[in-house]
Design a protein around this ligand. Sequence first.
Ligand SMILES: [Mn+2]
Length: 336
Amino acid sequence: MTNEKQHIAIASDLAYLVHAATLVRSILEHNWRHGLVFHLLTMDKRVMDDNRLKQFIQETSSESVCYEIHYVDEMHPFIQSVPEGGTIKNRATLLRLMAPSLIDVEKLLYLDSDMIVLGDLAPLFALDMEGKVMAAVSDLFGSSHVIAKGLGLQYFNAGTLLFNVPAWKANNCLEKVLAFTLGKFTELFTRKKHYGDQDILNSVFQGQVRYVHPKYNAVNPLFLRRCDFYGKMFDEAHDQPVIVHFAGGAKPWNAWDIHPYAKKYRYYRQMTPWRDVPLSKSKLAKKIALWPLKWFKYHCQQVFCPLSDLVRRIIGYSSRIIPESRVKYWIEQTDG
Ligand SMILES: [Mn+2]
């Protein structure tokens, strides 16, 4: 066991506790050798009285694993500073911006609750922050990089954020975020197809982010649109992801979801007091999953991608589907 404790922050309301607990279960499975402190951030008072959560904490606490619940009132000046509605559908996501101000440690790893961890987090915690305020994974997938272009940003996904807490404080980062939400953000906020607080982070912290390997935030397109990504780093993130992020509409708690790691999610969910809660079979879930089509597409890709890779190699075709200019930010890696 390492001496240094690993501090992990997860934000959740009552409805998302099942996913947060599933995530914690998956972390414990692969990181039990380390001392772990889970910080549960919430604006939902019901979380603190939830019996399942109490049971979960009791079952999983030990000499090396402990929990702290941080309740943030809706009336907090920062929460109040962000306009209601619009691209921020769930205001609990704002808690990630507050985490490094609430939790006084050296390094704090914030994780979205729609994730599972399948490997050792120690190399990520051991990362040299090089004075940067946070570490994150570049988001080059789907529409977000197009949005980023419009903003002139090197966009990152805010699902995995390793905060350098002393640097965060020294640079008055929460104040900077607050100044932004009270000013320029309103204009940004009203545009379509923006990602709420992720846009805040991207706008305020450009140049202060250390980019890390995509295996630490392996998002849905890596698995469901396999052929769009070509290259060693994408292969590594696809074959051995450390943090799987079910980002986007397809979620593993929808009964019809065909994400290759949906089974893993369900496996860890079975290890929580929420095991009796059935998976979602709502019409919406079905619509989002569109499973026959996606299943077919997914399995076609499994055959087609290695084939197209092979053809590329044979004919010496080296241009990548994602242009080199966008790939360069992936080059910085955490552990070789
Ligand atoms: Mn997410």
